[in-house]
Design a binder for this molecule. Sequence first.
Ligand code: SF4
Length: 212
Amino acid sequence: MCAGLTRQLRIHDFMPYSMVNGPGCRSVLWLQGCSRQCPGCFNPGAQPFDGGETVSIDEIYDRITSLQKGIEGISVSGGEPLEQAGPLTELFRRIKADTELSILVFTGYTLDQIAALPALRGFLDNVDVLVAGPFQCGEAPGPGLIGSANQQVHLLTERYQLDGILAVPEVELLVLPGGEIIISGIGGGEALSALRTLSRQAGGGGDLVDRT
Ligand code: SF4
């Protein structure tokens, strides 16, 4: 786990607007790099530490704050966000100091594991919601944005209620002007399969991008 003082993040993807990665409309940042090797990983492209692109904290901060009138917060997923806990902590501190945006983080670590690691001290100080615990492929998905039922939602501030987190839609479909189709959402396994099938039957006029 890297909790160093680098001012860069290695990112896998960024989505300016999403309704299925936390409450309300949110920007989503997927980080690149994960050593957890969960069987049935839902985002294997985010595992290699040399993939994605390296972006400065300043650039990510500018990208997010330029959207703040249209979003209520950001969600951070992976990969494993805690592999880049140092620069993320700095990004969160700046966002909370300068904006009203909320912050939600998905991690494979449990809350107890995070609390026990000195390198992660301060990481949760500006996080509103933590969805924590390893993805277990054999487990049924939980409600809303919960990838496997063993994962826990921790409300670390008073910004949200549990009902609101669990009521997040499971999947969304975006069709971009160029024909690219983006599916996002961590649950809704049957719905996602049906959407992929429909896309192929339609002749594959656009790329299908799965952003879980
Ligand atoms: S933590 Fe997420 S990205 Fe990493 S191996 Fe598990 S499912 Fe895949």
